[in-house]
Design a protein around this ligand. Structure first.
Ligand code: NAD
Length: 524
């Protein structure tokens, strides 16, 4: 029905979280535009796949070169739109992507080529088997704001090298960074139809989920992830879900206090704590508890909060006021339940709209929200434990299972504990940096998601596995085809015994009984 009421297009506004300044307003892609983008991607994908994989690797090489050339501009843009210190944008975003490209340039050909599959089953010896890795076609990516460059870029590079086309919906808060990623990929030689950005909000993401994509790679909150899992189940759309975390850090009594406390504060406050892998719960064995608290407080008091473009800044702003309020509420809830605020616990309005002081909490318990719900802010809650078993039980007492860390001077003790913690990654004597190891699979257990990105397993997510089976003796009927009867049954019993009976004698008798089957007599 025609109407003369003009429906205003929805917009997303890109803001600088440190200053509140509007960087740009962009119209949300409509549902129709999302569907059109996916259809264009599907139309173009066969020619992208038809390129030799070496040609796609060459494109990645060119992308890596361009990104390296433009590293400072890209890092500055990330700082402007997401707030993190420039040096973090450079190391945890740009450098991670340069290295992810390196991994794929070095390994994609080997990991994606056909893989011979020798058969152990005697009856199947006359066949050549191969595993083929074929691209899905069009992969949808929905990405978050906290690592607006490294998350979508690492996923995109893996999807592209495998021969997929991509339609990506960036976070409504960080569209500009993903538009820059698109520009670099296009300059490097990725056709425009093969990498398309649909800017928008949650509804745009939902439109992409409901479009004709072949797989969705989603990174974001558990709440949105669960909605996506439900919708995708209805149409059996394969999805990778990289969701939230509540990562525990376990500090044993033999840990180096100076190293572990520095690890704790960096792990808790990098990107103002807005890191899926950040230290969200810290457990310290009794002997170290008080000195560990003192070391953390002394170091945190030296951290400088401010605009990420200032090279002296350690901690930037929180992304927006809603998130700031959530962090402040968790700290208030903990205080009200008896936690001690050793430092921080306040907003810093004098610095700008979204700043919060790095906060260390002691004497927290698992009844407090700060130990159960994702905080996603600069808060380090520290709790005491006595025994290893207690520490492991506390670490595992969470609906999340993304990553964890164990701190000790005894590596084998650390690794033994690491094996008992239910998370997708456990680091011994380090935190967060696993995300920068391009070979290492990234992903969670429990509510932290399913599937993996990064490395070999991340690349495997971008392909469908096809088994190709081909006969060496095409003119021979198979022994198991029709021709059933008493003789055949006896031969088959012999054949089974020949392979699996205990004792050489029984196997030999089986072989003799089975022999007739190979003559193929009586096969239909
Ligand atoms: P979010 O769930 O609010 O949004 C993520 C993306 O989903 C955005 O692009 C958003 O527009 C889109 N979206 C929202 N509703 C949608 C819907 N119904 N259908 C489809 N798309 C929809 O998360 P966020 O606040 O952007 O990101 C922070 C969260 O992401 C944290 O929980 C963090 O732990 C998690 N995270 C996880 C990882 C990981 O690798 N496991 C990495 C980074 C961030």
């Amino acid at each position: 029905m025609a109407t003369d009421v003009q429906v205003a297009a929805r917009k997303v506004v890109s803001l600088n979280p440190a200053t509140g300044e509007t960087l740009r307003e962009l119209a949300c892609a409509s549902e129709q535009e999302v569907h059109t983008a996916v259809a264009r991607a599907r139309g173009a994908q066969p020619s992208w796949l038809a390129l030799d994989i070496r040609a796609r690797i060459a494109v990645l090489n060119q992308f890596q070169h361009l990104l390296h050339e433009k590293k400072s501009d890209v890092a500055r843009l990330i700082t402007n739109e997401a707030g993190k210190p420039y040096v973090e944008a450079l190391t945890t975003e740009v450098m991670v992507v340069l290295d992810a490209a390196r991994f794929l340039i070095e390994n994609a050909y080997r990991l994606l080529r056909d893989e011979p599959l020798p058969h152990g089953n005697l009856a199947m010896k006359m066949k050549a088997g191969r595993i083929l890795r074929e691209p899905y076609g069009v992969i949808g990516i929905v990405s978050p704001w906290n690592y607006p460059f490294s998350i979508p870029a690492t996923e995109s590079l893996a999807a592209l090298v495998a021969g997929n086309a991509i339609v990506i919906k960036p976070s409504e808060l960080t569209s500009l960074v993903v538009l820059e990623l698109a520009s670099l990929l296009h300059q490097a030689g990725v056709p425009k139809e093969i990498f398309q950005v649909v800017v928008g909000d949650g509804a745009t993401g939902a439109a992409l989920l409901n479009s004709e994509i072949d797989k969705l790679i989603f990174t974001g909150s558990v709440a949105t992830g669960k909605r996506i899992a439900q919708a995708s189940a209805a149409r059996l759309l394969p999805v990778v879900l990289e969701l939230g975390g509540k990562d525990p850090m376990v500090v044993l009594e033999d840990a180096d206090i100076d190293v572990a406390s520095s690890g704790a504060i960096w792990g808790a406050f990098v990107n103002a704590g807005q890191t899926c892998l950040s230290v969200e719960r810290c457990y310290v064995q009794r002997k170290l508890y008080e000195p560990f608290l003192a070391a953390c407080v002394r170091k945190v008091k030296q951290l400088r909060v401010g605009n990420g473009l200032n090279p002296e800044t350690d901690i930037g702003p929180i992304i927006h006021e809603r998130q700031l309020n959530l962090v402040a509420q968790q700290v208030e809830d903990a205080k009200a339940s008896g936690a001690r605020v050793l430092t921080g616990g306040t907003r810093l309005p004098e610095l700008g709209p979204n700043f919060y002081a790095p906060t260390v909490l002691a004497d927290v318990t698992h009844e407090m929200k700060v130990m159960r719900e994702e905080t996603f802010g600069p808060v380090l809650p520290i709790m005491l434990f006595d025994t290893e078993d207690e520490a492991i039980a506390l670490a595992n007492d969470s609906e999340y299972g993304l990553a964890a860390s164990v701190w000790t001077r005894d590596r084998s003790r650390g690794e033994a504990i690491a094996r008992r913690i239910d998370t997708g990654t456990v680091m011994v004597n380090d935190v967060v940096s696993c995300f920068g190891i391009s070979e290492a699979p990234h992903g969670g257990f429990k509510s932290s998601g399913t599937g993996r990105t990064h490395g070999r397993f991340g690349l495997e997510e971008m392909v469908r596995i096809k088994y190709l089976d081909s006969e060496h003796l095409p003119r021979m009927k198979k022994v198991w085809w029709y021709g059933y009867g008493e003789a055949f049954t006896g031969q088959m019993e012999g054949f089974v015994n020949m392979q699996f009976a205990r004792g050489v004698g029984k196997r030999l008798v089986g072989a003799i009984r089975a022999a007739g089957v190979f003559l193929g007599k009586g096969r239909l």
